[in-house]
Write a protein that binds this ligand. Structure first.
Ligand code: PLP
Length: 299
């Protein structure tokens, strides 16, 4: 299969759709899919390095939890989904990729009630892995504390990785208006939750702190890896309630996700954080994370 097909703005030319590899230009999902009509579905973003999925088991378990919480009966087993990702990467002749795995409830009737016709739609799409320039890590990125609050565990539980993300898109737009890369959301109690697409860490006097999973966040696969690496290096780490003032007064703030690794925040709400760039803890843990990915994905 030759990937000399139309460009889809960064997406690789082939996708895996409901069990088949198809050119993205020919892939069809119903306009009545509840994913489109209602944001009724779940997803995962994964990293493939050297043709291997980084921490598949962790992504798989989170996906299964999201599916169970949303009452979506998957059409494919975890093993089939894992195979789908590796087959897709091969079809696109990629070794490094960012994978978006989406499962919607499938086609629905005109009403709101749950009557999916043909069962879930399962879509796996790949895009090129784009490393963030080193200067961004050294200098840190801009972030804002969004005025929009994160949803709560009693409404749309952030632990359920739902495709209903408009509140996060709106928070990201707030950030974009300030020329910032990420918006950090507080919860209804005014305490720090997470970024629109990242988890938040602060460093103060050599100690690491991050909002606990019980606060109502998406517990990132990268967050867990950073916690592991910190503990291996003897860096004290607390999963707790984090006040926004702790971000402002921190020596370092950094954001974690599958695509960014550990990305330092240089400016928060326009004011320098710590030394105003990547601090030693974020940079060290980020480097250790890259080594971990290398080790776990080595052939
Ligand atoms: N929090 C939110 C809201 C996210 O959307 C993401 C990633 O998409 C994360 C945290 C980080 O998760 P991970 O490290 O698994 O990429």
């Amino acid at each position: 299969m030759s990937p000399s097909l139309p460009d889809h703005g960064g997406w690789a030319p082939y996708v895996w759709l409901n069990g088949e590899i198809v050119p993205a230009a020919e892939a069809r999902v119903s306009v009545f899919d509840r994913g489109i009509l209602l944001g009724d579905g779940v997803y995962e973003t994964l990293r493939v390095h050297r043709c291997k999925i980084f921490r598949w088991r962790e992504h798989r378990d989170r996906l299964l939890n999201s599916l169970a919480e949303s009452g979506i009966e998957p059409a494919h087993s975890p093993a089939e989904l894992e195979e789908a990702i590796t087959t897709l990467v091969r079809a696109n002749q990629m070794q490094e990729a960012r994978i978006r795995l989406t499962i919607t409830r499938g086609e629905g009737n005109p009403g709101f009630d749950l009557m999916p016709g043909k069962g879930p739609s399962t879509i796996v799409a790949a895009s090129a892995w784009r490393s963030i320039p080193g200067a961004r890590y050294r200098e840190g990125v801009r972030a804002v504390i969004a005025s929009r609050r994160q949803t709560g565990s009693d409404s749309l539980d952030p632990a359920l990785k739902s495709i209903s993300r408009i509140h996060l898109v709106l928070a990201r737009l707030e950030a974009a208006r300030e020329e910032a890369q990420e918006a950090i959301l507080l919860g209804s109690d005014g305490k720090v939750r997470e970024g629109t697409a990242s988890n938040v860490f602060v460093v103060k006097e050599g100690k690491l702190k991050t909002p606990s999973a019980q606060c109502g966040i998406l517990a990132g696969v990268t967050r867990a890896a950073i916690l592991e690496l910190a503990s291996q290096r003897g860096i004290p780490c607390e999963e707790a309630i984090l006040a926004p003032e702790e971000l402002v007064g921190a020596d370092e703030v950094f954001l974690t996700n599958t695509s960014w690794g550990a990305l330092p925040v240089g400016l928060l709400d326009g004011k320098p954080v710590g030394i105003g760039g990547g601090g030693p803890v974020a940079l060290t843990l980020g480097r250790k994370l890259s080594e971990l990915v290398e080790r776990e994905c080595s052939p």
